[in-house]
Every structure is written in C-alpha cells, then in structure tokens.
Ligand binder design. Structure first.
Ligand code: UD1
Length: 330
C-alpha cells in the first residue's frame, strides 16, 4: 500500500477536529491503541516510519474515515510540527524497541528514543498539545534485585535501550516542570497480546504461541523458576487512555504492570493447557546470559494516579490472545 507523503497531504481531512496522534501506530502496541481510540469515537492520526510497523496491523483502522496514516519518522521535526496542528493528545509509542539490538547500535537507539522523543515534546509544546503520554519501560530499573519495582527506586538501566528510556522519561518530566507541558510516562512491564510478532527480539509469549500452535515444544532458558510481570496489551491501552485524562498523573512516571510475578514454568504449562497441547514436552536450555531472575511492578501509583487496575490476568489474556490468533483476526 502507498502511504501519503506527509508534506503533500498534511492531514487535510482531519483538520479542525480534536485529534489524537499515535506515533508508532503500525506497531504492536500503537495499532492496538489506534483501534481502541477509534472505537471510542476519536479522530486519530497514526504516524509510523514502517521500520518495525506493519500496515496490516491497521487494516481495520484504515477503513475508518476518522483515521489517517502518515508515513514519517519522529526524527523529522518539520513533519512533527506539521501533523501536530490541532492535535489534542499525543500517545508516543514509536521507539527503537529491541534491547539486544540497542547493544549493537546504541547511537541509533539514542537518536530514535531520546532525540525523537525530544522532537515529539518540542513539537507538542509549540503546537499547544494538551497531553503527551510516553511509552517507557521497566528496563529503566535494570537488574536491581529489589522487588517489587517501585517508581521511587533509583534507576539503574544496564542497556542502551534502558538508558534511552530513562533519558526520555526525564525529558518528559522536565518539559512538564519547565514548560508546563502535561506529560505522563508509563513504564510498561512485559506486554503481550495480538500483533506482537514472533521474532528473536520479541517477548517470550509471542515466541511460545507460534511454537505451540505449530505443534513444536517451547524451550525455556534456565530452570523456569525465573518470573516476569505480564500485562495484556488491552490493559496497556486502557492505562494510556486513563493517562491522557488524569490530572493526578501529570509529570509522573508510572508502572503499568499486573503486580503479580509468573514463573516461566507456570506460564508455559498454562499456555500448553489453553492451547490443548499438554502432550508437548517442555524443553530446557542454558540460562540466557544477562537474564534477570525476577521482575514485577508495584501497582500502587497506577491505582492512585490513574485509577488503573488490569482487567486481564495472564490466563485471561492468553485465552483472549489464543482465541484471536485462532480467528486470524490479529
Ligand atoms: C526484556 C528484553 C531483554 C532485556 C530485559 C530487561 C526483549 C525480547 N527482551 O527481557 O532483552 O534484557 O527485558 O529489560 O526485548 N525465555 C525463554 N524462552 C524463549 C524466550 C524467552 O525461556 O524462547 C525466557 C527468558 O529467558 C526470560 C523470560 O522468558 O527469562 C522473559 O523473556 P523476554 O520475553 O525476552 O522478556 P525479558 O526477559 O523481560
């Protein structure tokens, strides 16, 4: 599909309406957010450079007269200024998303995640955007063994990716304090759900789903006692929508987590059960180098500042995901 050249189209059809801008709109989280905003009757501009995004993630959105997709890059400040005219809320999901790749190309990660976010904030300030919601990550906590991860903990990122999210969060908070731009940073824990691609750089659930549904055994790295805090993408979308409205959240960085650890052993058994593939053997390989043992987030601030609590636990999220995967509607 051909995407419009931004400088020519300049969001003509959607002008004069209150609009949301979703950066990274064709990606895993961005596209789920776009669908939810459109379902809530919002007018939405989706921005994506299509490096990691897939236009088919927006199949349904593109049928809506209230949606416009722009191909562009958050490193292009002129373009951002152009598309933010009349925008009410920016949901900034576009990012260099791979932790391992950030180790290989730290400069590129910085350009996209730090300079790109700074561009988004600058354009939002100039265009008088009412709210910017920023997608941060639990990677800001690094490998600190303290549990649960609370927002006041010292941040100790260990990867260029983690550093980039710390820096971008700090810019969000500073832009609120210095310029009065209303920003909220959301620290996503281990997000899973429809449209998360199965690749070596993807989360464990997307990798295991593909394997299990093809009748292959999943491989756990380590003894499977390590745990993570899995949060379903529909809850991440809900947290974003709440963050766009809550005054108490402004100027803060807030965990978006379930608050409950799930071990890899429990996760894998649950997935085999839901997929009705309990006969498949679970394979074990050496622990992944640099893997942290446990991670789960404190959810108090999300409750008090956003009135957020997840609707999906891991089991319900997996059931929904597997149902959608079966229907091929994702
Ligand atoms: C994510 C990042 C990781 C980063 C960490 C810290 C990705 C894909 N992962 O890892 O690079 O260091 O955040 O912020 O970006 N697992 C298996 N089998 C598999 C795949 C994974 O057993 O085939 C295990 C892993 O060893 C890990 C758990 O599943 O213990 C979760 O892995 P993953 O989904 O990659 O998330 P994080 O470990 O949190």
């Amino acid at each position: 599909m051909l995407l419009p050249d931004i400088r020519k189209t300049c969001v003509i059809s959607l002008s004069n309406q209150s609009k949301a801008l979703v950066t990274g709109a064709a990606g895993f989280i961005g596209s789920n957010l776009v669908d939810a905003l459109l379902a809530n009757g919002k007018t939405v501009i989706g921005l994506d450079n299509m490096f990691n995004g897939h236009v088919e993630n927006l199949d349904s959105a593109l049928k809506s007269p209230k949606f416009e997709l722009v191909k562009g890059d958050i490193r292009d400040m002129d373009m951002l200024l152009d598309i933010m005219k009349g925008v009410d809320v920016v949901y900034h999901e576009a990012a260099f998303t791979s932790v391992s790749q950030s180790v290989k190309t730290p400069q590129l990660c910085n350009d996209i995640n730090v300079t790109g976010t700074l561009n988004v904030l600058n354009a939002a300030r100039i265009r008088d955007v009412r709210r910017v919601v920023f997608a941060s990550s639990s990677a800001v906590y690094g490998d600190s063994p303290v549990l649960p991860k609370t927002e006041e903990m010292p941040l100790k990122p260990i990867s260029p990716y983690g550093v980039s999210k710390v820096a971008a969060e700090a810019y969000c908070i500073a832009y609120h304090q210095t310029y009065g731009l209303k920003t909220v940073a959301l620290r996503y824990f281990n997000v899973f759900g429809p449209r998360q691609k199965d690749s070596p750089y993807s989360g464990v659930i997307s990798i295991f789903i593909s394997k299990i549904l093809q009748g292959n055994s999943p491989t756990i790295y380590g003894d499977g006692t390590q745990s993570r805090d899995f949060i379903y993408v529909k809850d991440v979308v809900k947290a974003n929508v709440l963050a766009a409205a809550s005054e108490k959240a402004v100027g803060k960085a807030i965990n978006v987590a379930s608050g409950k650890p799930t071990t890899m052993n429990d996760l894998t058994r649950l997935m085999l059960k839901i997929c009705k593939k309990e006969h498949l053997k679970i394979l074990y390989e050496d622990k992944r180098p640099g893997d942290i043992l446990h991670s789960y987030g404190d959810t108090m601030l999300a409750r008090s500042a956003l009135d957020f609590s997840p609707d999906y636990d891991v089991a319900r999220g997996l059931e929904d995901l597997i149902k959608l995967t079966g229907k091929k509607s994702i």
